[in-house]
Design a protein around this ligand. Structure first.
Ligand code: SAH
Length: 392
């Protein structure tokens, strides 16, 4: 392992940290202490690790770095319950992270790449192209930022009392970070190894202890990633961006469809469901007059019922039950300059109704942060909105 990687503590799993502290002549339990400080107490500096000897704190301060992200801007909306952070990476690129607080839960939407290579026509991030992959530590750090942010919120509003998942069983009425969704900038499966290491880190019961079912990844539809996820031991949730019921339209909206067309994507999804017995979500962004007609909803229902193929027990059958799935409709959030329109409410509800009548479970995604360009597909690191706290 390279020295500069070693120095970023969020890039180290517990065994790596043990190795580092052993090389410093420290007893084995010290690594676990540091690890708890990082992921349970959310310590942002060695000085905050008050249960460590002063000499060890000094050495950590001299030879390691806890985080790599520099917070350059914080924007809030929805009475402070939606909070978008803009972080600068060591190389100068920026990424965004969005925390959404609800009465009974709190979700953080995390980026896995700076920019994105997928170039979907309706998404702001795609305009940037791919700038670079984030490291596991840079992905994990966004989640820890959100957990700390909740802690600050909880001290401002007494109803919210913050804890990490590790302390969820506390008798206090707590507001925890309950969900992590990999739906920020980038395509997680295009940065699979680093992204997966971040999942394992967040899940680690000795550390942050986030349940696998509290974690959701969204993919543009990279078939090899879906196949790989099916074989992983941690049962996280999978969401797939479908967005169109036929190849012609999907290719027009999402270039990746030329590489992995709908039939191949659905085959991989059927295999995933057969292997994991887990329900998959399909995301469907609604664009006025483009993919939101009732006939297109019918086609979509047909597709998810296995129309046109023989069918399999879990994979949907023309006459039988649909694919073990759920459709999440996302009314399109405006992206500057995109020659597209947001579906009217009535069309959204009609689309939903057509699917439901055909036995397909379907919800409409609740919106957060549109005023500060923090909603789905709006993350591009560009300033907007009024509630802005500039930190530099
Ligand atoms: N790269 C991943 C994560 C993207 S963001 C993926 O493609 O799934 C999460 C969801 O928001 C995706 O379904 C994405 O297609 C959708 N999305 C992108 N731009 C949008 C916009 N402007 N309005 C609404 N949803 C959008």
């Amino acid at each position: 392992m390279m020295i500069d990687k070693l120095s970023h503590l969020y890039n180290l799993a517990l065994p790596d940290l043990e190795e580092l502290l052993r090389s410093w002549g420290q007893p084995a339990y010290r690594a676990r202490q540091v690890y708890r400080q990082l992921y349970v107490n959310l310590a942002a500096s060695p000085a905050a690790m008050t249960d460590l000897p002063a000499a060890l704190r000094a050495r950590l301060a001299a030879e390691t770095r806890i985080g790599a992200l520099e917070l350059v801007r914080l924007q809030t909306a929805d009475d402070g319950m939606t909070r978008k952070a803009l972080f600068r990476l060591p190389g100068g690129e920026v990424v965004e992270t969005v925390l959404m607080v609800y009465p009974d839960r709190a979700t953080v939407c995390v980026s896995t790449q700076a920019g994105c290579a997928m170039d979907c026509v309706f998404c702001a991030t795609g305009r940037l192209g791919l700038l670079r992959n984030l490291s596991a530590g840079e992905i994990v750090e966004q989640v820890l930022w959100a957990a700390r942010e909740l802690r600050v919120l909880s001290s401002e509003f007494s109803v919210l009392s913050l804890a990490t998942p590790a302390t969820q069983n506390s008798k206090l009425k707590t507001q925890n970070l309950t969900n992590v969704v990999f739906m920020g900038m980038g395509e997680p499966f295009a940065n699979y190894d680093r992204w997966w290491r971040s999942v394992e880190r967040l899940h680690d019961p000795q550390g942050f202890n986030l349940g696998a079912r509290s974690i959701t990844v969204s993919t543009v539809g990279l078939v090899p990633g879906i196949r790989r996820l099916a074989g992983e031991a941690l049962p996280i949730n999978l969401a797939i961006s479908l967005h169109a019921p036929d190849d012609q339209l999907r290719s027009e909206m999402m270039p990746i469809n030329r590489r992995y067309p709908i039939a191949e994507l659905l085959d991989a999804t059927r295999e995933y469901i057969a292997e994991t017995s887990r329900r998959v979500s399909f995301e469907y962004v609604l664009l006025q007059g483009k993919n939101d007609a009732p006939e297109q909803a019918e086609l979509l229902a047909e597709l998810l019922r296995g129309g046109g193929r023989k069918g399999s027990p879990l994979g949907g059958d023309r006459k039988g039950s649909p694919l073990l799935c759920h459709v999440n409709l996302i009314p399109w959030n405006p992206v500057p300059g995109a020659p597209l329109g947001r579906s009217e409410r009535a069309r959204v509800l009609r689309f939903q109704q057509v699917l439901q009548e055909r036995g397909i479970a379907c919800t409409v995604r609740v919106e957060r942060g549109v005023a500060i360009a923090a909603a789905c597909g709006q993350l591009a690191g560009v300033p907007s909105g009024e509630q802005t706290i500039v930190l530099e």
